[in-house]
Design a protein around this ligand. Structure first.
Ligand SMILES: [Zn+2]
Length: 197
């Protein structure tokens, strides 16, 4: 078994946003992508991730059932976050996959130091397989409960479309990442300015 280091780029600032950012709305999440997400988010160790990858062969029914829950969650989150962005009503059917996970997972809240602040994070009891989705569901629930007050933003680069939570002091962050999309924008604007000369 070959273990590879997690490679996903997490820029959302909230676990549920990174989960939604992983795949576009219309695509179906694959088992490998899901396991890679769990590793990158440090929900599981690389070693446990390798075991989960093997689960698809050793217990395909369990893997398929969890993957379906993850896909439902992802689809619901895309629709719910889209509504939050446009300050529209969030429908019960989009929230149901979140509740489905919250209902069956047990765990506790814990204060975790994030940069200079303390954040409340949910630590799930490791029973069954659903707990693997618990932290995402909890993070999503917090954003959905904030509703139109949530500082949810879409990257201003139309080809990027990544979601992020704006924690900047001015609340005017426009790019998922200044070094990726922000920089690209500056370079393009510079090229446009100079094209006229
Ligand atoms: Zn971007």
């Amino acid at each position: 078994m070959v273990y590879h280091e997690p490679t996903l780029r997490f820029i959302g600032g909230r676990l549920a946003l990174d989960f939604a950012n992983m795949i576009p709305q219309c695509d179906a999440l694959s088992w490998d992508q899901f396991v890679e997400f769990l590793q990158s988010a440090r929900i599981v160790t690389t070693e446990r991730g390798g075991e989960l990858l093997a689960l698809r062969r050793s217990n395909p029914q369990a893997a398929e059932s969890l993957l379906r829950k993850a896909q439902r969650l992802s689809a619901g989150l895309h629709l719910a976050f889209e509504a939050v962005l446009h300050k529209q009503k969030i429908l019960g059917e989009w929230v149901e996959p979140v509740n489905e996970i919250l209902r069956i997972t047990e765990g506790h809240d814990e204060l975790v130091s994030v940069e200079n602040d303390w954040e409340i994070q949910f630590v799930a009891s490791e029973s069954g397989l659903e707990w693997l989705l618990a932290a995402v569901a909890r993070s999503a629930a917090e954003i959905i409960a904030e509703g139109p007050r949530a500082r949810l933003r879409l990257c201003a680069n139309p080809r990027c479309r990544l979601l992020f939570y704006d924690t900047s002091r001015t609340h005017r962050r426009r790019w998922c990442s200044m070094t990726v999309c922000g920089n690209r924008h500056k370079v393009a604007a510079f090229a446009r300015r100079n094209a006229g000369h």
